[in-house]
Design a protein around this ligand. Structure first.
Ligand code: ADP
Length: 169
């Protein structure tokens, strides 16, 4: 019994079934960086209990912004969106956890910050759709796709978080 307990403490990644664990791509957009909201935004995902597996400050080239938002290419606001995303450095993050994709979207709030609930990142910290401070993948498949787009393999870090047995039973 004692050994099982010790194994859970030292191998916390065994606690959660690997199938339930998802990855999502979260990005603090240039307005979030310029407004000094980096720590505030990171801390919300951290305090929730998700695991950070990738993090960098990055000046996004136009081609990458266009690839990331390729589904929105036909929208009238697309050129403005590309200008916005490339207007200054962004903070690229990969986060891992059970149900992290949908949960992160809830923490972020509605696309239009005026419709976002208080308590969400956009609800608390932004006013306009074109300046909505943060991005979060909308599906587990897009989470994988976007992490692959924004990170090189060597930039990601798989690690065992010692707090995990206190978050996942
Ligand atoms: P979300 O980021 O909430 O997943 P979308 O995928 O619909 O939202 O749009 C991607 C991003 O494009 C938004 O976060 C926002 O920055 C920008 N955007 C969406 N709609 C508009 C709009 N009508 N005007 C300006 N920018 C927009």
């Amino acid at each position: 019994k004692r050994n099982v307990h010790r194994a859970r403490i030292f191998l916390p990644h065994l606690v959660a079934s690997m199938e339930e664990v998802e990855q999502t791509y979260i990005m603090i957009k240039p307005d979030g960086v310029q407004r000094g909201l980096v720590g505030e935004i990171i801390s919300r995902f951290e305090r929730k209990g998700f695991k950070l597996t990738g993090l960098k400050l990055f000046q996004c080239p136009k081609e990458l912004a266009e690839e990331h938002y390729k589904d929105l290419k036909s929208k009238l606001f697309f050129p403005k969106l590309i200008d916005y995303i490339t207007s200054g450095p962004v903070v690229c993050m990969a986060w891992e956890g059970i149900g992290v994709v949908a949960s992160a979207r809830k923490l972020i709030g509605a696309t239009n910050p005026l419709n976002a609930e208080p308590g969400t990142i956009r609800g608390d910290l932004a006013v306009q759709t074109g300046r909505n401070v943060v991005h979060g993948s909308d599906s587990p498949d897009n989470g994988k796709r976007e992490i692959g787009l924004w990170f090189e393999e060597g930039e990601l870090c798989a690690w065992a978080a010692v707090r995990e047995p206190w978050l996942i039973e």
